[in-house]
Ligand binder design. Structure first.
Ligand SMILES: CC(C)(COP(=O)(O)OP(=O)(O)OC[C@H]1O[C@@H](n2cnc3c(N)ncnc32)[C@H](O)[C@@H]1OP(=O)(O)O)[C@@H](O)C(=O)NCCC(=O)NCCS
Length: 147
C-alpha cells in the first residue's frame, strides 16, 4: 500500500469511488480540482495493486485539522486503506503542531464510526438532520498529545 499526494489524473478514479457509495456526499472531479487552490488543503491517494483505491482530504487549520472526505473503492474495502490514509493525516497533524482532528460522520455510517473509534476519536456533538434534512451528523474529535 502506497499513500501519496493526489494528482489531477486521480480525480476520475476518486469520482468513480464516490459513485460506488450511494448517498455519500460527492465532490466530483471539479470538487477535488477546486481544492488545489486552497493552501491549507491536502488530498492523498491510497494506491493498491497499482490503482487509486481510496482518498482522503483534510484542511490544516492550526491548531485543528478538519477531515472533509474519506472513501475507499468497493473492491478494496477492509484492506486497511482507510486506516493508512487516516494514519497519514495523523502524521501531517503532528508535523503541523495541530492538537485536534475534527470530522462529521452520518450517525448511520457504522463502518466509518467503527474506523474512527478504533483510532481514538470520540463524539463531542451531534447535528440533527444534517444530511439531506434527515440523518444526524455526529461530530467526532481526536485530541493529540502535546509533542
Ligand atoms: C468507511 C470506509 C472509508 C472504511 O474503509 P476501509 O479501507 O474498508 O477501512 P479499513 O480496512 O482501514 O478498516 C479499518 C477498521 O475500520 C472498521 N471498519 C471498516 N469497515 C467496517 C465495516 N464495514 N463494518 C464494521 N467496521 C468496519 C474496522 O474496525 C476495521 O478494522 P478491521 O478490518 O481490522 O476490523 C469505507 O467503508 C468507505 O469508503 N465507506 C464509504 C465512504 C464513507 O462512509 N466515508 C467515511 C466518511 S465520514
Amino acid at each position: 500500500m502506497l499513500i501519496r499526494r493526489a494528482k489531477k489524473e486521480d480525480y476520475p478514479a476518486f469520482a468513480a469511488i464516490e459513485a460506488e457509495h450511494p448517498g455519500y456526499p460527492a465532490w466530483g472531479e471539479k470538487g477535488f480540482a477546486a481544492e488545489e487552490k486552497n493552501p491549507n488543503s491536502v488530498t492523498l491517494a491510497a494506491e493498491l495493486d497499482g490503482r487509486a483505491a481510496g482518498f482522503i482530504n483534510f484542511w490544516i487549520l492550526r491548531p485543528q485539522v478538519q477531515l472533509n472526505t474519506l472513501a475507499v473503492g468497493r473492491a478494496f474495502l477492509r484492506r486497511g486503506a482507510a486506516s493508512a490514509l487516516l494514519g497519514k493525516l495523523l502524521e501531517y497533524a503532528a508535523k503541523s503542531a495541530c492538537r485536534e482532528i475534527d470530522l462529521e460522520v452520518n450517525e448511520r455510517n457504522a463502518a466509518a464510526i467503527a474506523l474512527y473509534r478504533a483510532r481514538g476519536f470520540e463524539q463531542v456533538g451531534k447535528r440533527p438532520k444534517f444530511y439531506n434534512n434527515t440523518d444526524a451528523a455526529l461530530l467526532l474529535r481526536k485530541v493529540l498529545p502535546r509533542a
